[in-house]
Design a protein around this ligand. Structure first.
Ligand code: MN
Length: 399
């Protein structure tokens, strides 16, 4: 499997800075969309790319590389108060070396798509508050696309000491096209249009056109795209590798195109994307996860408490004892002296007068005699009656 690819990252028409970062080579494709503070977002996304790409080059496992990047961003945010709370999305696709599959990793709301025979399929799930509402059936996908909280993430790289990463294994076929993009693309360009452009254009043209259309439709956020097309066999299609789209270079997609061994170089690819108009930055909201976690914790506490109450109620309802009600012996349901707000109550009176019992029985019932069931309590009473009558017959005095 051979691959041609291109990437681009653009500040858009509204933000003052590009906090996205992209990376692409022949086996690794990555988009990171930073958030948190004026500087934090850009630091988080570029740290993610640097740490991950370095480790992958050293042959490290992608999952390990992602956790390392998470730790690096988290620790830097802890040390530097101006970067506190920074984080980034991460969508990474890596060919697995077996020629025909991608491992896709995702945290946050950047997305990976696969175009196969004209049909665009989303490979990743967004980790956003609105996606949770959609999954719960509270709102529709259409409502989610315009929801005021649609940018609020439930998961991001670098905001906690450890991060949960979604992982997808994606078999690929010759002709498949991979797209990785930040939300700045999908919020501006409909998926149907994205599919058209990917199907019609070479990767280097597709990334330019996608950024262009996102800007034309508003460019409200930074726009980052990586497009990779996979070619089966040694056909005569050109392999064009375009290293492009540096985050500092606002509007240029540029780079040297390299050719496969044996064929002629295909030349330089330069973009003609118009320069953006910087406006006041609209910061991405902080990650929503601490709030969700707190709510989850409270829910667990409440359930735990309810479980205890139910357990106590069951326990109390299955407890009986023989005690004293007024001057007579009675059978109670509940625990002697009560338990929490569960007070014992008389379930059966008897005709036994306490003052007529033997001293031993009198002492016992005054303190209460616990029994494991109503039947056991009744047998205890019956036993007392029997012994009293036995005393009476032998003429023993009952004090
Ligand atoms: Mn974004």
């Amino acid at each position: 499997m051979r691959v041609s690819y291109a990437s681009a990252s653009d500040v858009g028409k509204v933000r003052s800075a590009n906090q996205d970062a992209v990376y692409a080579d022949e086996s690794t494709f990555l988009v990171a969309d930073g958030m948190g503070g004026h500087a934090g977002g850009g630091v988080a996304s570029s740290t993610a790319v640097k740490v991950i790409v370095d480790l992958l080059r050293q042959g490290e496992d992608p999952m390990v590389a992602i956790q390392e990047a998470n730790r690096a961003i988290f620790e830097r945010g802890m040390k530097d108060s101006s970067l506190a709370g920074m984080g980034t999305t991460l969508t990474l696709a890596k060919t697995d070396g077996t020629d025909g599959a991608l491992n896709v990793f995702n945290i946050g709301d950047s997305r990976a798509y696969l175009l196969r025979q004209g049909r665009l399929r989303k490979l990743t799930n967004d980790h956003t508050f609105v996606q949770e509402l959609v999954d719960a059936g509270s709102i529709t996908v259409e409502q989610a696309s315009t929801h005021h909280a649609r940018h609020v993430l439930t998961r991001a790289l670098g905001v906690d000491p450890e991060v949960e990463v979604d992982r997808f294994f994606v078999p690929i076929e010759g002709g498949d096209t991979l797209l990785i993009c930040s939300d700045g693309l999908v919020n501006e360009v409909a998926e149907g249009r994205i599919a058209e452009l990917l199907a019609d254009l070479e990767p280097s043209e597709a990334v330019k056109k996608l950024v262009e259309e996102a800007n034309a439709n508003g460019g409200n956020d930074n726009i980052s795209v990586v497009v990779a097309r996979f070619h089966r066999g040694d056909g005569d299609d050109h392999l064009v590798s375009v290293a492009a789209g540096h985050k500092e270079s606002r509007a240029t997609v540029s780079g040297v195109a390299t050719a496969p061994k044996g064929s002629a170089p295909t030349g330089l690819v330069v973009s003609d994307i118009p320069s953006p108009i910087p406006k006041s930055a609209v910061e991405r909201p902080m990650v929503f996860r601490p709030v969700l976690r707190l709510l989850g914790f409270v829910a667990v506490l409440v359930l735990f408490f309810l479980a205890i109450v139910v357990a106590i109620a069951l326990y109390v309802n299955h407890s009986y004892y023989v005690g004293v009600a007024g001057k007579r012996v009675a059978i109670y349901q509940g625990r002697i002296g009560g338990l929490l707000w569960f007070k014992p109550h008389v379930v059966q009176d008897t005709d036994l007068t306490v003052s007529k019992l033997t001293p031993a029985f009198r002492s016992q019932v005054t303190h209460g005699v616990p029994e494991s069931s109503f039947a056991d309590a009744r047998s205890f009473v019956a036993n007392m009656k029997y012994q009293l009558s036995a005393f009476a017959h032998t003429g023993s005095s009952v004090k």
